[in-house]
Ligand binder design. Structure first.
Ligand SMILES: [Zn+2]
Length: 87
């Protein structure tokens, strides 16, 4: 038996930053702010919604009472259609 030794291919090109254009405006037109109301303390504040996602759900922390709650956002054609919150 003479097992062959496989040398792993290691690329030295992986250290270059990728995906960020020189202009730095790669987020332009993709995020809108929506006003949500904390289900715990009732405080209203703005959260960023990625309008390129038709239906999304994420958790955010209240800016006032710091409790996490769920935000569901529906978007269409780059605009926010509806935003609902759940504690
Ligand atoms: Zn709160």
């Amino acid at each position: 038996m003479n097992p062959s030794v496989v040398t792993p291919f290691v690329s030295t090109e992986n250290h270059k930053p990728v995906g960020i254009p020189a202009g730095g405006n790669y987020f332009a037109g993709m995020e809108e702010f929506a006003t949500v109301q904390c289900p715990f303390c009732g405080q209203s504040f703005d959260v960023a919604i990625d309008t390129t996602i038709a239906s999304q759900c994420f958790t955010t922390d209240c800016e006032v009472c710091c409790r996490p709650f769920e935000v569901r956002a529906e978007c269409e054609n780059g605009e926010i259609v509806s935003v609902t919150v759940a504690g």
